[in-house]
Design a protein around this ligand. Structure first.
Ligand code: ADP
Length: 577
């Protein structure tokens, strides 16, 4: 296939806010009714989806990426055990090939739950007889130890939108545990210290990435049965696939788009997204990308064009169709609800295993958790400068510090929680107002409150192991992984009944002793305090009951196996031949 324009290696892309004034602006009109997306049937792929192979074997990313600012990515993660996954394939399940396309993946780059899912689900799908490739940007902030392991796979040039330029697309490959990772290399787009900067930079970056990922599949001649895209950063993939790439080899793949967090959608004015994406005018209609009078919404377009939509819990799949949780897309989601499904996340049992976790002071399992957890608690208290006392109730909170996470509720009741027998450990970064509030409380309750304003993977593991309970009072929570990690480490979750928190934490019942943690429903600080007080009562006055819940939580199946089987079934549903 040929690129449309001649190669111009040295040109730099125009920043998004520098869009030429010649770009046509969308005529203002009142909101049109929801319509099905318009698919372009014309064979445009050869021109716009084209790739031009070049002979030079080089990478555009610097050999050393160490200078990049890495503060918000997983810089202190526990080492990944690179050993082959036992071939526990399920022979009766037909083999399918799947390309994962997303913006982050542990251990290369992770800012939240998406990174965990992109790591764990492909590994589990390999066990479910899938052939999986994960396509990621080759960010310069990926640590050198992983950069060093990547092997050059090829390169080509690709046109992009209305820029009039051809862009370098390098493919660097790394294979681990049966999963092939292909990193899309381009220094102009991926050289920042963090994966996400601001929409002005991120919109062009992820237009490029989505298109380059599809072009790379064609280039490698690896045509998957399924393309599984994640969040807004990869949401243009289904749109490209059914338009510019429709008649190219990859056009035969089916698409699944997973919403990990509906709050982030990739919205910008239409001319800018047209300029960078090069998508045909007809996709900028109210049934697909267009939103309101003048904006384009990348996630909205992806939802319209994907063959299936999933989100990360059954409750969230329902919630996002309502005004309260729908982030302005509830109507669009209701329209597409026939193809929407909730599949709850799991956790990776190799990455999260208190028996083998190298980050912990003492390893343990369900048999010796009651004793060993106290040792981990004492070690955690020492590490954080807290009063060392194994009888204190330690409440943990591990979170991005944003308003999604219910921190306003928590902040409002901290003085009432601090009773002299309770300690609080916060680990997180995010909005300054929360960071400052937690620092204030650390100062006020010296020796009883620890505010770790940082991203530290290993410390997170030690908090899961050393705390007695973990707070997740979220305003909304698509799935939530911290409550799953906590339960697996014998730490009782205290959660608001929303999204995946509702689906994974059964409330403790004082009469029957059943349940996994303490819950509250309405978004109300008083109800959070009440849930914490119920936890305190159980911990301080009914320790035997508490200990039973600890052991039950450790035994609870929160692995990926069940969920991966559901994804596999979804893939099979889409590819019945
Ligand atoms: P979200 O994706 O909304 O951030 P999740 O609960 O789905 O929330 O996933 C959060 C993941 O990130 C968990 O694995 C949690 O342990 C981890 N995490 C969050 N904040 C930190 C931090 N400051 N340091 C280390 N790990 C963190």
């Amino acid at each position: 296939m040929k690129a449309a324009a001649p190669k111009k290696k040295s040109q730099t892309p125009k920043p998004a806010d520098d869009t030429p004034k010649t770009v046509p602006t969308e005529k203002k009109e009142s909101s049109a009714p929801e319509t099905a997306p318009v698919e372009k049937k014309k064979p445009a792929a050869k021109k716009s989806a084209g790739t031009k192979k070049t002979a030079a074997k080089k990478s555009s990313a610097p050999k050393k990426a160490a200078s990049a600012d890495k503060k918000d990515v997983s810089e202190k993660e526990v080492p990944v055990v690179e050993k082959p996954v036992p071939a526990e394939t399920v022979p009766e399940s037909p083999r399918r090939s799947v390309a994962f396309i997303g913006s982050e993946c542990y251990p290369f780059v992770k800012t939240g739950g998406l990174g965990d899912v992109m790591y764990a689900l492909p590994r589990e799908l390999v066990k479910q007889n899938c052939d999986v490739r994960v396509i990621l940007p080759r960010y310069a902030c990926i640590r050198q130890q992983y950069q060093d392991k990547m092997v050059y796979r090829g390169e080509f040039y690709m046109d992009l939108g209305r820029t009039g330029r051809n862009y370098y697309v390098g493919i660097m490959e790394y294979v681990c545990d049966g999963v092939v990772y292909d990193f899309i290399d381009n220094q102009e787009f991926f050289s920042a210290g963090n994966p996400y900067i601001s929409l002005v930079d991120d919109i062009p970056k992820y237009c490029f990435f989505s298109k380059a990922a599809l072009a790379a599949l064609n280039f490698m001649n690896w045509i998957p049965d399924i393309i599984h895209c994640h969040d807004w950063q990869a949401a243009l993939v289904p749109v490209y696939l059914r338009t510019l790439f429709h008649d190219s080899p990859v056009g035969r793949a089916k698409t699944v788009l997973t919403i990990h967090n509906l709050r982030f959608q990739g919205i910008y004015n239409i001319p800018t997204i047209q300029y960078w994406s090069g998508l045909p005018d007809e996709v900028f209609n109210m049934g697909a990308l267009k939103q309101g009078y003048e904006d384009a919404n990348m996630l909205k377009g992806g939802l319209a064009y994907a063959d299936r939509i999933t989100t990360v819990s059954g409750t969230y799949a329902q919630e996002i169709q309502t005004g309260e949780y729908g982030e302005q897309l509830e109507e669009h989601l209701r329209y597409h609800s026939y193809k929407l499904r909730g599949i709850v996340n799991g956790i990776d049992y190799e990455m999260w295993n208190p028996k083998t976790d190298a980050a912990l002071a003492v390893n343990y399992d369900a048999d010796d958790v009651l004793k060993r957890k106290k040792e981990n608690k004492l070690a955690l208290q020492k590490e954080l400068g807290l009063e060392q006392d194994e009888e204190k109730l330690v409440l943990g909170l591990i979170s991005r510090l944003t308003n999604q996470k219910g921190l306003d509720l928590f902040n409002a009741i901290i003085p009432q929680v601090m009773d002299g027998n309770t300690q609080i450990v916060v680990l997180g970064t995010g909005d300054k107002q929360y960071e400052d509030t937690f620092r204030y409380y650390e100062n006020t309750y010296h020796g009883m409150f620890s505010a770790c304003i940082q991203y530290d993977e290993a410390r997170a593991h030690r908090i899961y192991a050393g705390a007695d309970a973990l707070l997740v009072p979220s305003r909304f929570e698509p799935c939530g992984l911290t409550q799953l990690n906590a339960m697996h480490y014998g730490t009782l979750p205290i959660v608001r009944e929303t999204g995946g928190l509702k689906d994974t934490v059964e409330p403790y019942n004082v009469y029957t002793g059943s349940g996994n943690g303490f819950t509250f429903d309405r978004y109300d600080a008083g109800l959070l305090l009440d849930a914490i007080n119920r936890a305190k009562t159980t911990y301080f006055t009914e320790r035997a009951n508490w200990d039973q819940v600890v052991q039950r939580d450790m035994a609870k199946d929160v692995s990926w196996e069940n969920s991966a089987k559901q994804y596999k079934n979804l893939y099979l549903e889409l590819t019945q031949w």
